[in-house]
Write a protein that binds this ligand. Sequence first.
Ligand SMILES: Nc1nc2c(c(=O)[nH]1)N[C@H]1C(S)=C(S)[C@@H](COP(=O)(O)OP(=O)(O)OC[C@H]3O[C@@H](n4cnc5c(=O)[nH]c(N)nc54)[C@H](O)[C@@H]3O)O[C@H]1N2
Ligand SMILES: Nc1nc2c(c(=O)[nH]1)N[C@H]1C(S)=C(S)[C@@H](COP(=O)(O)OP(=O)(O)OC[C@H]3O[C@@H](n4cnc5c(=O)[nH]c(N)nc54)[C@H](O)[C@@H]3O)O[C@H]1N2
Ligand code: SF4
Ligand SMILES: [Mo]
Length: 863
Amino acid sequence: MNAIRTTCAYCGVGCGIRATVTGERAVKIEGDPDHPANRGRLCSKGTHLGETVGLEGRLLTPMIGKRRVSWDKALDLVAKRFRDTIAQHGPDSAAFYVSGQLLTEDYYVANKLMKGFIGSANIDTNSRLCMSSAVAGHTRAFGEDVVPASYEDIDAADLIVLVGSNTAWCHPIVYQRIRARCDAGAKLVVIDPRRTETAEEADLHLPLRPGSDVALMNGLLAWCREAGVLDAAFLADHLSVPADFWEALGEGSDLWSVAKTCDLPPADLRRFYELFAATPRTVTLFSQGVNQSLSGTDQVNAILNVHLATGRIGKLGAQPFSITGQPNAMGGREVGGLASTLAAHMDFASDNRARVQRFWAAPTIAEKPGLKAVDLFRAVGEGRIKALWVMATNPAVSMPDAGKVREALAACPFLVVSDVIADTDTSAFAHVRLPAAAWGEKDGSVTNSDRTISRQRALFPLPGEAKPDWWIVKEVGRRMGWKTAFAYDRPAEIWREHCRLSAYENDGARLFALPGLSSAGNADYDSMTPFRWGGMPFADGRFSTPDGRARLVTVTRKAISGALAAWPLTLNTGRYRDQWHSMTRTGLAPKLARHREEPLVEVHPDDAAGLGVADGGLARVATPQGESLYRVRVTAAQRRGEIFTPIHWTDRTSSGGRTGLLPRPLVDPVSGQPGFKQTPARLAAVATRWRGFLILAGEPVRHPACLWATRVAIPAGSLWELAGNGDPVKLEASLPGGERIEAIDAARGTRRIAILSGGRLVAALFVTESGELPSRDWLIGQLAESEAALTLLAGRAPGQQADRGAIVCACFDIGMRTIVAAIRDQRLADVAAIGAALGAGTNCGSCRPALARLLAEEKIHAA
Ligand SMILES: Nc1nc2c(c(=O)[nH]1)N[C@H]1C(S)=C(S)[C@@H](COP(=O)(O)OP(=O)(O)OC[C@H]3O[C@@H](n4cnc5c(=O)[nH]c(N)nc54)[C@H](O)[C@@H]3O)O[C@H]1N2
Ligand SMILES: Nc1nc2c(c(=O)[nH]1)N[C@H]1C(S)=C(S)[C@@H](COP(=O)(O)OP(=O)(O)OC[C@H]3O[C@@H](n4cnc5c(=O)[nH]c(N)nc54)[C@H](O)[C@@H]3O)O[C@H]1N2
Ligand code: SF4
Ligand SMILES: [Mo]
């Protein structure tokens, strides 16, 4: 069996995979040792991709409403409705909302159709929620959206600064690379209000006040100037500096003022400033803690200012590094798929418009930037956009003020959703659903965080009637009347056109150019190996501005408003280690489910005590936009006054945890990126009379009807955690038919029901008011096994069986309790010893920070 080289489905690290197909919809996944991004390593999510390639939940035929239809029928309808809408209301009444999870070829075709043929720039992407402040910051400073850094800079750095990035969870393989460099002596500083697992392993953690990054970076620049470490020659020859720049910087940038603004101990701040000033080879990586802010663009420029003024850019080991989230966030930026860019790193200047129109031989060309995501959905809600096509993103979950977005989707006269999954929170509103090819079926290219372009290759034939996104879009383009412009037969043709456009009339004004590749034959494309474009940008000190100089940008810190009486807390939102966004893929993998089974609201112990919310209980988070329920985790990793919730749970998986309903639809004025990380909020305990869980083979007949019901995948079905106040008898509507065995303990309000079918366990429901609940692990193991019914209801195997606890190591499926027991019994002293004893942490390494914490806690416990 031959291994197929492809790229991971998930994050912007862009790890190479060697995939060996082992059966129908079965594949063995290994890291590709030859891929420069990961050199053979994979994190927990990449490692378990094989668990997600089944066809459960897939959309496999085009649908109009609830009716299955032929492709011809669906495509004709989409083309007609878009054509009619445009004829009646003009091009700007149509919009596409696309995604960094499309391949470059898909993205290119969608951008071309909207901007050159429909003639509007109303195509925006979920990268607006993700990278747009970085794009705007780069463009302001460099004249072009270019990430100068590469992963090799990490290998050469002496100081690595992570700003607003939970790298250990969100970019685990980059994190491994950072750790390796730290093992060789580099220092790590983490700037994040939360004490994340990334922060726990740092030499210095600065838990700053949310939103105070500009003050911190301006203070750093002032310190560097004072310390004499600005690069005078670079400043003179390669930078343009606004007249008021240094004066504006001076204000409030002394150590004491900054410490106060950022709410940090002055000694810690000073340590960081001294370390930075003394270390020329510094790489500063940043992601959503910086971008997702109402002053995100300024925060990006504050970082770029420091790197530019100290000459730490375009040099090995000295770079600012915006790390990207989605697998093809960068490819989307390269084709120009944001409403604010035209194509191939060109903006809407008239010569660019003429050039792109000429190249596409297009009947028209968008005149001006289109609506950015938040404005776009507002326009849908107000009826100005009448036909919307959503591809590869789930805005009903992921947009801020998602309740309003749902209302807009419901009111949209014509909504098309292309997705791989049949039922998502967004597709629930669609008039037409189009079945797209998924990872493992798609074929094309992606660009990762460090400009490395890799191929994603098909492993399986297209299932059902699924089709690649580029094919779907070009078919609609053809049916709208543009036959020759959309006459593609294969991704390689689109790739060549994309490369030609990048180089078209490009005299070097745009760094993004792939001239040599426009003549690649189909076979060359098929065998393309990963390569990085652009070499080391800016190494010669020339930037993409008209005068070739980079620009320092005056950024002043905004006053941070104090807490509002009605909304005394600040809500921060983000990601869990083993889940990806709205869980449509990771939610299928049992091994990824048990790291965090439920959506938690994390809260500082003092706030919890003040509010009367208890660890393990339920609480409601409310903001002016909406409210949702969470399981409480009390933790000193949170700052006082701040709470954190995850973004992954949806209507499909839970009755609570709907984080998208909570953030304000407010955006950064330059980039249009929402400020997801800081929303005024409040928190209140919610009491329940009983709690329980339900283990089920296969899908539930009906979602359990109770206040709290959240689901995760288990090997043969699903596990629901439950709590409520009503009569738990209602839960029995979710049980399948079969032989029923029941045990009741009235004193504790405990009820245990097992359903057997053909002698095998198919469901188990445990509910209690005041008793203990048994181990889920063992019961899960019994699903579809034949066993003595009474043993089942005891909830444990005769005489043995401990609960493993939450899964820490997803690769080897090792739980917290197992690890703690081994640390105690075998006197394990470090992470390596745990690895030797149990294997935990020896594969992807994602759980190494968690292992280190367990060791530290055990030390305290022993003392
Ligand atoms: N496991 C997993 N990995 C992923 C994803 C996933 O869904 N799951 N998604 C991918 C995508 S698309 C993206 S964009 C990336 C995101 O990757 P990250 O940006 O690392 O992830 P987040 O959890 O969104 O937020 C990062 C951190 O910003 C901090 N933060 C909040 N406010 C501030 C502030 O004011 N200042 C500073 N300095 N920090 C602040 C938060 O506390 C949080 O720890 O992850 C990618 N990788
Ligand atoms: N509160 C809060 N909200 C956030 C964030 C936050 O930190 N806090 N982060 C924001 C960020 S950075 C991001 S990137 C977004 C992510 O948010 P979304 O893009 O909404 O998240 P996904 O769940 O990845 O949605 C992708 C959808 O595309 C489908 N899909 C997967 N592959 C394909 C394909 O090849 N073709 C097609 N047609 N469909 C496919 C999946 O089934 C899924 O339904 O969330 C944003 N929202
Ligand atoms: S770090 Fe993990 S999720 Fe990201 S590309 Fe690599 S294997 Fe995939
Ligand atoms: Mo993202």
